[in-house]
Design a protein around this ligand. Structure first.
Ligand SMILES: Cc1cc2nc3c(=O)[nH]c(=O)nc-3n(C[C@H](O)[C@H](O)[C@H](O)COP(=O)(O)OP(=O)(O)OC[C@H]3O[C@@H](n4cnc5c(N)ncnc54)[C@H](O)[C@@H]3O)c2cc1C
Length: 396
């Protein structure tokens, strides 16, 4: 069969690419390793799929070339994502911070849109089809894939690498995109797990473990960025949205600053309280701000048994330091099996920002997570996957 392009990977980017190419009358073949397309869409957002973000802007993406996504997002915006899904009966509901979920709360509805459209548009999807190799021959590519124990070879002029990133190998994740880039001499920026929980080891580990299950609203920062959201204590360290967000900006060996009372001044609050209630214990004062368990755990650092009236200047300085500048040095992260995305990937300098085609290898396109474009937590990564799939479809 003749296809205008072969798309490797039937995830968010590959599916959008096939559908948009279909709208333009182009025939594509998706080769997907799993037994069904859209595995990560199905598990995303806790099975509800946070499919875009109302406030998405260039600043919500990390890339060595911070301007690279501008061209893509100018041609496929959040409004385009919203109206695309609305056309097929999926209406978005904002949960928090602009995060859009289908009103049905069911990620399956998103995948169904693509499988139905692929059918209607005559786009071919082969599942259980793992691509093993790509060879370039003059102006064509030889794709070698395995399906039902058979090794099959096909020729095509255009290949779309939409094979995702490294997180969660049991869901089909492979290093295929990176391998192909290397094979063709295309540079890759350093890759690492991102949107990932961070681990704490050593003498403080037990303190964190004992607080497992507690959440605190914080401002978590390093010298590059600050996120105000919850942190979650776990048996092995820290998780929760604020930690996942900062993890994408964290490098091993670095400290993270946690303001446990963002936007307020703990010393000022104590001074106000002690005017009328000097006999109040610090523990009881802190318990009004945090869970009783967390307030009690602050005993490790603060004189929580003292009355507010008896706190000295040195005590107040200590309290200020621990509440507003609680510093942690994570030992590491939980790795690709717990990460939502991969940071880094195919160097954007190697791709045309207008078409996402390799500058070195005409006919070879890269989209979605295998490219060095990493979104924040909150629907941004799907926004990039849909947008990059759309752009490639216009150009294959
Ligand atoms: C637990 C979890 C929750 C998430 N929740 C959200 C969320 O709510 N919102 C959000 O924006 N982002 C979320 N993400 C991130 C989002 O899922 C990814 O950014 C997005 O799926 C990337 O799309 P993609 O098409 O590039 O890759 P993928 O969706 O990963 O698709 C790649 C496909 O390629 C296939 N493949 C790989 N190698 C081969 C090969 N050699 N041959 C054939 N097929 C191959 C894989 O099986 C896979 O189906 C979440 C991620 C995880 C892990």
């Amino acid at each position: 069969m003749d296809f205008d392009a072969v798309i490797i990977g039937g995830g968010a980017c590959g599916l959008m690419c096939a559908v948009q190419a279909g709208f333009l009358g182009k025939r594509t073949l998706i080769l997907e390793k799993n037994d069904a397309p859209g595995a990560k869409i199905l598990i995303s957002g806790g099975g509800r799929c946070n499919y875009s973000n109302l406030y998405s802007s260039n600043d919500n993406f990390i890339s060595q070339n911070q301007h690279f996504t501008k061209s893509t997002f100018s041609r496929w915006s959040v409004e385009d994502t919203i109206s695309f899904f609305e056309t097929y009966g999926i209406y978005g509901e904002e949960k928090t911070l602009g995060q859009l979920f289908p009103a049905s709360n069911n990620a399956k509805d998103i995948v169904n849109v693509f499988t139905q459209l692929c059918n209607e548009l005559g786009q071919t999807v082969y599942c259980n089809a793992e691509v093993k190799a790509i060879k370039a021959e003059h102006d064509r590519f030889d794709i070698i894939y395995e399906r039902e124990g058979e090794q099959i070879q096909l020729k095509t002029q255009k290949v779309v690498i939409a094979s995702g990133g490294l997180p969660i190998s049991k869901m089909g994740a492979t290093d295929f995109g990176l391998r192909i880039a290397r094979q063709f001499g295309i540079n890759i920026t350093e890759t690492a797990p991102a949107l990932v929980p961070l681990t704490i080891t050593g003498k403080d580990a037990e303190w964190f473990a004992e607080l497992s299950g507690n959440t605190v609203f914080c401002a978590v920062s390093n010298d590059r960025i600050t996120f105000e959201e919850n942190i979650l204590f776990t048996h092995w360290g820290l998780s929760g949205p604020a930690i996942l967000q900062i993890s994408s900006y964290w490098r091993p060996g670095e400290w993270i600053n946690i303001d446990l009372l963002p936007g307020k001044d703990i010393v000022k609050l104590i001074m106000e309280e002690r005017e009328s209630n000097g006999k109040k214990q610090l523990l009881s004062f802190l318990s009004a701000l945090y869970s009783r368990k967390f307030a009690a755990a602050l005993e490790k650092f603060l004189p929580i048994d003292k009355n507010l009236a008896t706190l000295t200047k040195a005590d107040l300085d200590l309290i200020h330091a621990h509440i507003h500048h609680f510093r942690v040095k994570p030992a590491g992260d939980k790795g690709y099996d717990k990460a939502e995305v991969m940071r880094g990937g195919v160097d954007t300098n190697e791709l045309s920002s207008k078409t996402l085609e390799s500058k070195k290898i005409p006919g070879l396109y890269f989209g979605g997570e295998c490219v060095d474009v990493t979104g924040w937590l909150g629907g941004y990564n799907f926004q990039w996957a849909w947008a990059s799939g759309f752009i490639i479809a216009q150009n294959i």
